[in-house]
Design a protein around this ligand. Structure first.
Ligand SMILES: [Cu+2]
Length: 215
């Protein structure tokens, strides 16, 4: 923790309400372990993508840049801390008081460090829900062999070929599209583009379709 932060004003809730809480870890390097004392967190979305079904946990570790949506049922009238259970974090200010209407005078339990005995979110617990339409055309597979970087060279290649800046934009679109059209495997992108015969035409076609033009 670089410095102590000032806790925000108490969050007011009403008994029986269902709250949607959107959490973003905007730090560069800390995983924060979020907990609302006395309540379970029902994880519904990861990075904005819906899960097949919500996952109920006591704590939610959030890595840098991750986003989560959770639902909380306000069924424990009182005053509770929403806080980070990572050692030292709540004491450094990562805490907000959640107060039920009519329970303003209640003294909350102090935030407890650690997650011993508590269930924690982990990636294996959730499965993403398909939100995009299934491809209507024939599936094809393309093997893309990546080179460079950790492979020992500063020259980044795909199937031994370099791409200029313009193509990098197309490549980014293609990687986005690969999520839409199939599964991005370690070195294989499955695509449904029936007329593509080589990598260059995949990029061009996907870029076109991503931009909403007729293909
Ligand atoms: Cu933290």
């Amino acid at each position: 923790m670089a410095r102590r932060i000032r806790p925000p004003s108490p969050l007011r809730v009403r008994a029986g309400e269902r709250l949607r809480v959107r959490l973003i870890n905007a730090s560069a390097e800390h995983t924060h372990v979020i907990r609302l004392a006395g309540h379970r967190l029902s994880v519904t979305h990861t990075d904005g993508n819906p899960l097949v079904r919500p996952v109920e946990v006591d704590t939610l570790p959030i890595a840098p840049s991750e986003r989560y949506d959770v639902l909380v049922t306000a069924g424990q009238p009182g005053a509770w801390f929403l806080y980070c259970a990572a050692p030292g974090h709540a004491a450094a200010g990562e805490q907000a008081l959640v107060v039920y209407e009519g329970r303003e005078g209640v003294k909350p339990e102090a935030p407890a460090e650690g997650v011993f005995g508590l269930s924690a979110w982990q990636y294996g617990l959730g499965r993403g829900r398909a939100v995009l339409p299934r491809p209507s055309c024939q599936e094809r597979s393309f093997d893309l062999t990546l080179g460079g970087g950790m492979m020992g060279s500063e020259v980044w290649t795909i199937n031994g070929k370099q791409y200029d800046d313009r193509n990098l934009v197309h490549l980014a679109l293609m990687l986005l599209s690969s999520v839409q059209f199939g599964q991005l495997k370690s070195r294989t992108i499955q695509s449904c583009l029936g007329n593509c015969t080589d990598f260059q035409s995949i990029i061009a076609t996907l870029a076109t379709s991503q931009l909403g033009k007729e293909r």
